[in-house]
Write a protein that binds this ligand. Structure first.
Ligand SMILES: [Zn+2]
Length: 282
């Protein structure tokens, strides 16, 4: 009973056998897949796939990866807001459950840092305004990511401004909820992330023999502040390393977390799923 909290099964890597991939995820005992948008196109696809899936197995998110930060615009944000509001009015279960992935990548993205920050900020505004959590991509940008998130926390200036602008009181608008997806920073930074109330989510990287430091983070992660994900088609866990990753492989990562934490796998899965349901409100 696990949820893959971060997959990209709308990617062309899955065009040939998408239904089989979803079938294997169900067979592996997954309850849901959060199919994460990371560009204007993949976000639209994510929403379409979740809407078309009557079984409710797939959830959608909308966001621009730091690689695509140049695509941020008022039009795009308005479109997403429209989709999210329509999704809520539908009467059925909500399908669009988070904003992201968004964030900052100072390692690989070609986009100027200021522009990335602007895009991230716009995502955070939308998320807080609509009461949705944020999926954060952070690479080599610990302090800037954290700083912006703090701005939208209870005492943050930008959070206070949003509350003021909407004319509501603080009880009506929650501060930001965020997960550092594919956590890959230091233990010291992770402690800061947890202390601020944010989550860390772990991919197959934690199963790699070389990832000793990261397993220290896994070991210390508070039981109510972690989630598990594949980030497929990338980052297949050790047992499938070098191949295309897929949601069913999240089990291997969860097994490693259970082993590192010294917790029975069934119990670990239950806790990870509870954390996921609480974080996304599903
Ligand atoms: Zn991703």
């Amino acid at each position: 009973m696990l949820i893959d909290t971060h997959a990209h099964i709308m990617f062309p890597e899955f065009d040939e056998d998408r239904e089989d991939v979803i079938g294997r995820a169900r067979a592996a005992g997954l309850q849901h897949i959060v199919n994460v948008g990371c560009g204007a196109g993949s976000s639209a696809l994510s929403v379409k796939m979740a809407k078309d899936d009557e079984s409710g197995f797939l959830y959608a998110t909308v966001g621009l990866h730091p690689y695509d930060a140049l695509d941020i615009s008022d039009e795009l944000l308005e479109e997403w807001e429209k989709w999210i509001l329509a999704d809520r009015k539908g009467g059925g279960e909500r399908k669009i459950i988070a904003i992201g992935e968004t964030g900052l990548d100072y390692f690989k993205s070609n986009v100027d840092h200021e522009r990335q920050k602007f895009s991230f900020l716009k995502h955070l505004e939308l998320a807080v305004k609509l009461g949705l959590p944020v999926i954060v991509h952070n690479r080599a940008a610990d302090e800037d990511c954290f700083g912006l998130l703090k701005q939208f926390s209870r005492d943050g200036e930008l959070y206070k401004k949003l509350v003021q602008d909407c004319g509501c009181d603080e009880n009506e608008m929650e501060p930001v909820r965020a997960v550092f997806h594919c956590y890959g920073s230091t233990l010291e930074f992770a402690r800061k992330v947890w202390a601020a109330g944010f989550y860390t989510s772990f991919t197959g990287i934690i199963t790699y023999p070389s990832a000793k430091e990261l397993r220290e983070v896994v070991k210390e992660a508070p039981l109510d502040k972690f989630m598990v994900e594949t980030d497929c088609p990338y980052l297949a866990p050790q047992g499938h390393r070098g191949k295309r990753n897929e949601p069913s492989y999240v089990v291997e990562t969860a097994q490693k977390i259970a082993e590192v934490k010294g917790i029975d796998f069934e119990r670990l899965s239950k806790i990870a799923t509870e954390n996921t349901r609480k974080f996304f409100k599903i």
